[in-house]
Design a protein around this ligand. Structure first.
Ligand SMILES: [Zn+2]
Length: 476
């Protein structure tokens, strides 16, 4: 039951450092485990037909996990090998349950219902099949989705290249009568393709998320931010509404993803996605790191004090630190970008029937994005595992740190969402390197360009390029 054992707590996971070593060194470090049989003969040779030498470089980012797992493996191998057999079969069965007949989902369905009133497991067979196809063939589904939208947004150009699409799905030989076998086949193909990437030049054009997904991401290794077509819709983005709403929606999301490059994890990666250890001084000076850490601690303390009334427990500021930094930076960047846009283009019309000005509507749409309702059981789980704060504090935490927010709504000093001492993520991230204004201008230019085009044509190369400039400029 390794998967469920939580060999590492979230707190421990936060402390994970990436270690670079050769396969030979890994074998010396953990001699109890047969790496030759598992990695070289097993995974790479039999699955991907790749011969790995002992000099192969390994980036081990979960050292403590491997240490704990190997301890358990060796104990069980010596004491009761059957436990290990059961574990592997169980993990396989557990992850296969969605592809099996309804009766296999009775227990997960009960669990899911208790936890969050989630209907996923009691959904119709059709919904289940759609989910499954979306997960396993996300670019084919994405092509159908953007085709239907008829907007050239948020997708890699090559999904309209039939030769490319035929090639990536060439081996998907579907059996019309065996859903389970189809899923196993696709997973085998995906694992093999992934393994075969080893040693090849990194393809920076690759999308790590399908176009139909309502989400966005930042990847430190690829130094890339990505906004699939799925998220480019209301309340995040709508080309027919005033820009103050879009800046409060997708603008803050874009800022959030950019800021991840400077959160407590992202700050260790350079523009080429290479990890740099603190203390070497080749990416950040020790003085900058110390200053960063003390300001990051303010954010941790702030969120530690938020009380989730529904379950009478406080947020875990350390666990959610990276996301909170990204939320705070993102909202500030987007608001400043909007004000610059407004300066250049003039005030936009207000919304009929509502007595709010443009800036207020910017914040109201930001709030609407995170408007959520949870079951208590879900909140309990979230508190233990989620690296994002609950919706309420994604709004309160960020806005209470912004002087501009208090000015916008004429909040009195010391009023509930306008504390006298504000936590300044802006300073935390960039002021030390003196480039905040520069970053804002670039973010502004990027958003203006996107909105001007009337379509958020986020071609990754260009965004990556902008981001690369941002990052290299902000390192002291
Ligand atoms: Zn995030």
């Amino acid at each position: 039951m390794i998967y469920y054992c939580n060999l590492l707590t979230i707190e421990e996971k936060r402390k994970i450092r990436t270690e670079k070593l050769t396969l030979r060194q890994l074998k010396l470090k953990f001699p109890e485990f047969d790496w030759t049989e598992f990695v070289q003969n097993g995974i790479f040779h039999s699955l991907a037909n790749i011969t790995l030498s002992d000099n192969e470089t390994i980036y081990l980012s979960d050292f403590e996990y491997i240490k704990n797992a190997i301890k358990i493996f060796s104990q069980e191998l010596n004491n009761n090998k059957k436990n290990l057999d059961n574990l592997f079969i169980w993990v396989f069965v557990y992850f296969s349950r969605e592809f099996l007949p309804k009766k296999f989902n009775v227990v997960p369905a009960k669990y899911s219902k208790l936890l969050r009133n989630h209907k996923k497991y009691s959904a119709t067979r059709m919904t289940g099949c759609i989910d499954s196809v979306s997960d396993l063939m996300e670019f084919a589904v994405g092509r159908l989705y953007v085709d239907n939208l008829d907007l050239k947004i948020g997708y890699p150009d090559n999904i309209f290249n039939n030769t490319h699409m035929t090639e990536i799905y060439r081996e998907y030989k579907m059996n019309n009568f065996n859903f389970f076998a189809n899923n196993i086949l696709i997973n085998q193909i995906l694992v093999r393709q992934n393994l075969q990437e080893l040693g090849k030049k990194v393809d920076r054009k690759i999308w790590l998320m399908g176009p139909a997904v309502v989400n966005a991401y930042y990847s430190a290794q690829f130094n890339q931010i990505c906004f699939p077509a799925g998220i480019l819709q209301a309340p995040f983005y709508d080309s027919s509404v005033p820009n103050y709403l879009n800046y409060g929606g997708i603008g803050a999301v874009i800022g959030h993803e950019i800021t991840h490059g400077f959160d407590d994890k992202g700050r260790n990666f350079d523009k080429n996605g290479v990890y740099h250890e603190d203390g070497l001084g080749d990416l950040w000076t020790n003085k900058t790191i110390d200053s960063y850490k003390s300001r990051a601690k303010c954010i941790v303390d702030q969120y530690n004090n938020f009380l989730i009334k529904q379950i009478n427990k406080t947020m875990n500021g350390n666990q959610t630190q990276g996301e909170n930094i990204a939320d705070n930076g993102g909202l500030k960047e987007s608001f400043r970008a909007y004000k610059r846009w407004e300066n250049n283009n003039g005030k936009e019309p207000l919304l009929p029937g509502l007595n709010f000005n443009q800036d207020q509507l910017f914040y109201i749409n930001f709030g609407q994005v995170w408007c959520s309702k949870y079951k208590a059981s879900y909140l309990e789980q979230s508190l233990k595992r989620n690296v994002h704060s609950v919706g309420e504090f994604r709004v309160k935490g960020t806005t209470m740190n912004m002087k501009a927010f208090s000015n916008t709504f004429n909040c009195k000093p010391g009023q509930q969402n306008n504390p006298i001492n504000k936590y300044k993520i802006r300073n935390l991230i960039l002021r030390r390197s003196g480039n905040f204004t520069f970053v804002c201008i670039l973010v502004l230019l990027m958003i203006v360009w996107l909105v001007k085009m009337k379509l958020l044509d986020v071609r990754k190369n260009e965004i990556t390029l902008v981001f690369r400039v941002l990052k290299s400029q902000s390192i002291e």
